[in-house]
Design a protein around this ligand. Structure first.
Ligand code: IPD
Ligand code: CA
Ligand code: CA
Length: 266
């Protein structure tokens, strides 16, 4: 059965509309790369432009719904019963450098429970979507996480740390603990696509600390519906929208979690 809730249709429509201007903006990047001004300010306005198109579409459908957004902040803050979670460009540094690996990510939750989500890569025209209880899709095909059992053969992906991170040592230590045991780890620069790629079996697992909720909201529901396991670890209750996440197929999940959470590097 294909996904058909009103919310998934609203999100998909907003993604499609925003992606037209995003693709145009991406086309400009190449010119700006070689200009003396550079693409920095342009990308900031592309981010804002994309987010505005999405917000306008979402508010047109439901003026009263809450929206957590990366650029604008929280809209209709009091409504936590129905809330969209929006990242207009996930993978900004890729976008800024003309690397075609970024996505629009929009999740939808009711009473703080994720109900559906879409991650759209406008360059590859890949739309990952899921709705609670109805499975996950890449365009019109059903997707599932990989079935790999031996963690040593796994292809993993991670991200961070940011320059401003206060826990860089911890993040590097996670990386060493994993790569001492698993040779193939990538860093692709879009948390949303990292999760979507685990959902469709291209990667076997993903972990990252210090993410924002808008980076991963859509990814969480897509991954769960694709049969993936998700662990939100070491929560910091002082920063409500921050998340540390580990996501993978069910076979390697425990082993990967133990590796990341163990005290010493071995
Ligand atoms: C970033 C990307 C990146 C991750 C960063 C995020 P942005 O989002 O998802 O992969 O490593 O932590 O902030 O800034 O491109 O929307
Ligand atoms: Ca992001
Ligand atoms: Ca972003």
């Amino acid at each position: 059965m294909r996904l058909n809730s009103p919310q998934i249709n609203i999100i998909t429509k907003a993604c499609m509309k925003a992606s037209r201007s995003l693709i145009r903006d991406f086309g400009e990047i190449e010119n700006l790369q070689v200009s003396s001004k550079g693409p920095g300010d342009f990308v900031t306005s592309a981010d804002k432009r994309t987010e505005k198109i999405i917000i306008d579409e979402l508010l047109k459908a439901h003026p009263d719904y809450g929206i957590i957004t990366e650029e604008t902040g929280i809209i209709n803050e009091k409504n936590v019963n129905n809330r969209w979670v929006v990242d207009p460009i996930d993978g900004t540094v890729n976008f800024l450098n003309g690397v075609p690996h970024f996505a629009i990510s929009i999740g939808y939750e009711e009473k703080e429970e994720l109900k559906c989500g879409v991650i759209f890569d406008p360059i590859k025209n890949e739309l990952f979507s899921a709705e609670k209880g109805n499975g996950a899709y890449l365009n019109n095909s059903r997707i599932r996480v990989s079935n790999k059992k031996n963690i040593k053969d796994a292809l993993l992906v991670t991200g961070g740390p940011k320059l401003s991170s206060k826990i860089k040592d911890e993040i590097f230590s996670d990386y060493i603990k994993v790569t001492k045991n698993i040779p193939n780890v990538r860093r692709y620069g879009s948390a949303a696509l990292d999760m979507a790629y685990v959902a469709c079996g291209r990667f076997d697992g993903y972990w990252q600390r210090e993410l924002n909720y808008w980076d991963i909201a859509a990814g969480i529901i897509i991954l769960k519906e694709a049969g993936g396991f998700i662990n939100i670890f070491d929560p910091d209750n002082k920063v409500p929208l921050k998340r540390n996440i580990l996501a993978s197929n069910s076979n390697i999940h425990e082993e990967l979690r133990d590796l990341i959470l163990k005290k010493n590097i071995e």
